[in-house]
Design a protein around this ligand. Structure first.
Ligand code: SF4
Length: 315
């Protein structure tokens, strides 16, 4: 079969980021068990304080919120986060990429996006993003659809076609449980490619983002690297965050040190999560940040309001 002609960007992503056929590290075969043991040991007191019905569900967002602002975390824990176009856009773009790759590129990017919107309008299936799309007016929905299409087309233009032999997974769920199942960590990986090769690391994990580059986005994929290590006993060889607007890719090669420092970050985050979950709103430490405009506590948060006002005068 004739090889597809690649764009310059596709060649760059293939050769510099995916690096098919490149050298892969071999990790200590006992590393995953060791990391799991460390997590189990340090989480034991929290797990012992939880009733089975009080399960602690940990994901990348809660860990990041725990590092950012207790109010933001509280808002997420108590499900006060309101879905908006910016949040829906990312979710819909990932699901469209899933259709694109799932169809083995038989669908064009536009087909994938329009098909998804059409299906959600017809039947949201109890999905909050689907219900948001269904409730939109025709004009607003068309605008959102074209924004999502823009993201998916950029992905298709920047990334080489993911070959079947690479075992591409989109929106792939990974999880780990601790304390007999009362603490659960989970994630949905935007894109995972490859598999372990004869004991050597072989999985590549990427998050696809819109908006400006933020260094803390790398924490999301570090968390995925830890989950993948616990799940499959072999760490991924590389993790990346790809920014669809700028075409910039930030990536890290996975090392033992990276995984050990992620264990510590996760433990710190869970400790904050456990505490904030049982805290009153007036006890929360408020730490203004770039997400204040989207935080449901903004109406009664003076530091958050001051920060938003300052950003608006500086804009
Ligand atoms: S508005 Fe900002 S500072 Fe206030 S709780 Fe929310 S994220 Fe924190």
């Amino acid at each position: 079969m004739q090889e597809e002609a690649l764009t310059a960007k596709q060649i760059e992503v293939r050769d510099r980021v995916l690096d098919p056929g490149g050298e892969r590290p071999i990790f200590d075969p006992g590393l995953a068990e060791e990391l799991r043991g460390e997590l189990e040991t340090h989480l034991a007191p929290i797990a012992a304080s939880l009733e089975p019905k009080d399960q602690l569900f940990v994901n990348k967002q809660k860990l990041k919120d725990a590092q950012t602002c207790e109010g933001l975390l509280y808002s997420r824990i108590h499900d006060l986060f309101v879905i908006n176009s910016a949040i829906a856009r990312g979710t819909l773009a990932h699901r469209s990429v899933q259709r694109l790759i799932g169809s083995d590129y038989q669908l064009t990017p536009l087909d994938a996006v329009h098909g998804l919107f059409g299906d959600l309008v017809e039947d949201p299936g109890g999905d909050s993003t689907g219900e948001f799309v269904q409730a939109m007016g025709v004009g607003a929905r068309a605008e959102l659809c074209s924004e999502v299409a823009d993201m998916v087309i950029k992905f298709a233009m920047d990334w080489p076609r993911l070959k079947r032999a690479w075992n591409p997974r989109v929106e792939s769920r990974i999880a780990a449980s601790f304390g007999g199942g009362v603490i659960r960590m989970s994630g949905k990986v935007d894109l995972a490619i490859g598999n372990e090769r004869h004991g050597a690391a072989g999985v590549f994990i990427a998050d696809l983002k819109t908006g400006f580059e933020r260094h803390d986005n790398l924490y999301d994929v570090r968390f995925y690297a830890l989950l993948e290590t616990l799940r499959s006993s072999v760490p991924p060889f590389r993790i990346a965050v790809y920014y669809l607007d700028s075409g910039q890719c930030d990536w890290l090669d996975v090392t033992e040190d990276l995984l050990r420092s992620e264990v510590r970050r996760v433990l710190d985050g869970i400790e904050v999560f456990h505490r904030v979950r049982n805290q009153r709103k007036d006890q929360l430490v408020r730490n203004p940040n770039g997400l204040c405009p989207y935080c449901s506590l903004i109406d009664d948060c003076e530091p958050g309001q001051a920060s938003v006002a300052l950003r608006e005068t500086e804009a």
